[in-house]
Design a protein around this ligand. Structure first.
Ligand SMILES: Cc1cc2nc3c(=O)[nH]c(=O)nc-3n(C[C@H](O)[C@H](O)[C@H](O)COP(=O)(O)O)c2cc1C
Length: 487
């Protein structure tokens, strides 16, 4: 007999086992291996990275790589997150995923440009009619509950109305990230627990609080302040996967355990590298050469080797610590200890947020939502990837070589062009004037003269123009069409 679908609190208590410590959905970072590591260290519920509903429906490989081959009995309870903007597509994707998880989550929090362009995530937070239709249909058709992850509006009252609308449509659990969609990158600032508290009071479904969680003590404070049923962590978890155990272990303990899990449950090398960059963040500030190594190696074995080297360096440093330098009481915050990364945001943001009902231990922290490896402050994701491949490359625009411009079109001109033009413009001009430009390897004049010489030596050859007129274009090509670089 088919079990009736559990709702709201029943679903949270029974299916999710009353989970309170939650690992956030994280693109390229909450993969199976990382989830297993986090679960071993206190996480009670995990989310998959956000999956694209449309791609999930049309691409069997995408389904395999991102869900079907990522199955493991210890990895439950698990919520699969999708981004979507069409009720039918969302439900089709969810139907294909529901047998592999305990609930389907709709991402309404992604604030990135890519989400805006793709019309998903936080940019849907004003489209209440569409959201209602998506959730209602999913609630009706799926055998597992539907949940949502949202960002707040600046106004508490609007945030509450929004949450109530989602609840009425059929959402069975709500995660509230206490930042607005504008609070991203360097403007992330701190999350508003006040907004989360208001939502929690106004709805009758379980609420998870998200934002500002870096230590177990933050979890306790957050629950006290907001009344949330659970607390979700992203960045805090990436820098210390033992956060929910209330421990700050040495980095290599976590890194080695993670690498062992990856051997059993492989994932793309870029995920592993990004995890190691975050775990070793503080040590890599000191051991720069190993940072370059970590960026360069191209195999899992290579990453394991760099990890070992980092560990040896740290152990050596630990052994050489003078007695008076050893930490006395409290947490030994040396660089080899898993600890939060607090990125200073712009001063104005901190000031504003400090007087705006915002609270939490991480003022000025910048969310990593726009980032990949956490080792570059202002680079785009693509540039960060390039930097991983080529760590010595500079992305400072002021250090970029300045190119002289083509006299005609403004594109960079060829350094040795006799006409001061770019290649395209040079080719046209050299052809028109039957001239040479050795700088661009264009030799129209030389070739023309050679062909004349050849013609005069072949006195029995018919006239070239005659051939052209007969439609035999071969010789004419030799005369008229540039063949680059031929002397
Ligand atoms: C690397 C990374 C990837 C993320 N990917 C997702 C995602 O796939 N879906 C989502 O809803 N949020 C995503 N987020 C946002 C987090 O889930 C979370 O809402 C945000 O980081 C705030 O929590 P924190 O203060 O604990 O970091 C991502 C965050 C990070 C750092």
């Amino acid at each position: 007999m088919k079990m009736p679908k559990l709702k709201g609190f029943e679903f949270w208590r029974n299916t999710l086992r009353g989970a309170c410590y939650v690992v956030a959905p994280m693109v390229d970072q909450s993969e199976l291996a990382w989830r297993l590591l986090s679960r071993r260290h206190g996480a009670q519920l995990c989310y998959t990275p956000m999956l694209h509903a449309q791609v999930f429906v049309r691409d069997a490989n995408y389904r395999k790589e991102n869900l079907y081959c990522e199955v493991c009995p210890e990895d439950r309870p698990l919520i699969v997150q999708f981004c979507a903007n069409d009720p039918e597509v969302f439900v089709q994707a969810a139907l294909l995923a529901q047998d592999y998880c305990d609930a389907i989550d709709l991402n309404l929090g992604c604030p990135q440009m890519i989400a805006k362009r793709g019309h998903y995530g936080a940019c849907l937070q004003e489209e209440w009619d569409l959201l209602q239709r998506m959730i209602m249909l999913a609630n009706e058709k799926l055998s597992v509950p539907i949940t949502c992850k949202i960002r707040v509006f600046p106004e508490i009252a609007k945030t509450v109305k929004y949450a109530q609308l989602l609840e009425t449509a059929g959402c069975q659990l709500l995660t509230v990230h206490g930042r607005t969609k504008e609070q991203k990158g360097p403007l992330a600032g701190v999350a508003s627990w006040e907004h989360i508290q208001a939502v929690r009071k106004a709805v009758n479904i379980p609420v998870f609080a998200n934002g500002n969680i870096q230590y177990l003590s933050d979890v306790e404070r957050c629950i006290q302040k907001t009344g949330a049923h659970g607390v979700m962590s992203a960045e805090g978890n990436l820098h210390n996967p033992a956060l929910f155990e209330g421990r700050n272990p040495v980095v290599w303990e976590m890194a080695e355990e993670y690498l062992e899990i990856v051997q059993k449950y492989p994932c793309p090398l870029s995920y592993v590298r990004a995890h190691l960059f975050k775990l070793w963040h503080h040590t890599l500030q000191i051991h720069q050469q190993l940072r370059d190594e970590l960026a360069k190696v191209k195999t899992l074995e290579g990453l394991v080797a760099v990890n070992k080297e980092l560990k040896l360096h740290c152990q050596e440093e630990m052994a050489n610590l003078k007695e008076e330098d050893k930490p006395k009481g409290g947490l030994p915050f040396s660089h080899w200890i898993c600890q939060p990364y607090v990125r200073p945001g712009p001063k104005e943001t901190c000031k504003e947020n400090g007087t705006n009902g915002m609270e939490g231990s991480n003022r000025g922290k910048r969310a990593l939502e726009d980032e990949d490896d956490g080792n570059s402050d202002s680079l785009s994701k693509n540039k960060q990837k390039k930097k991983l491949r080529n760590p010595n490359k500079t992305f400072d625009p002021s250090l970029k070589p300045k190119y002289a411009k083509c006299d005609q079109c403004g594109n960079p001109k060829g350094n040795k062009c006799v006409f001061n033009l770019c290649r395209g413009c040079c080719k046209k001009r050299a052809f028109r004037e039957t001239a040479d430009c050795p700088g661009h390897g264009l030799l129209f004049k030389t070739k023309y003269e050679k062909s004349l010489l050849w013609k005069s030596n072949q006195s029995n050859l018919p006239d070239i123009e005659m051939i052209a007129q007969k439609g035999e274009m071969k010789e004419t090509r030799l005369l008229k069409e540039p063949i680059d670089g031929v002397a």
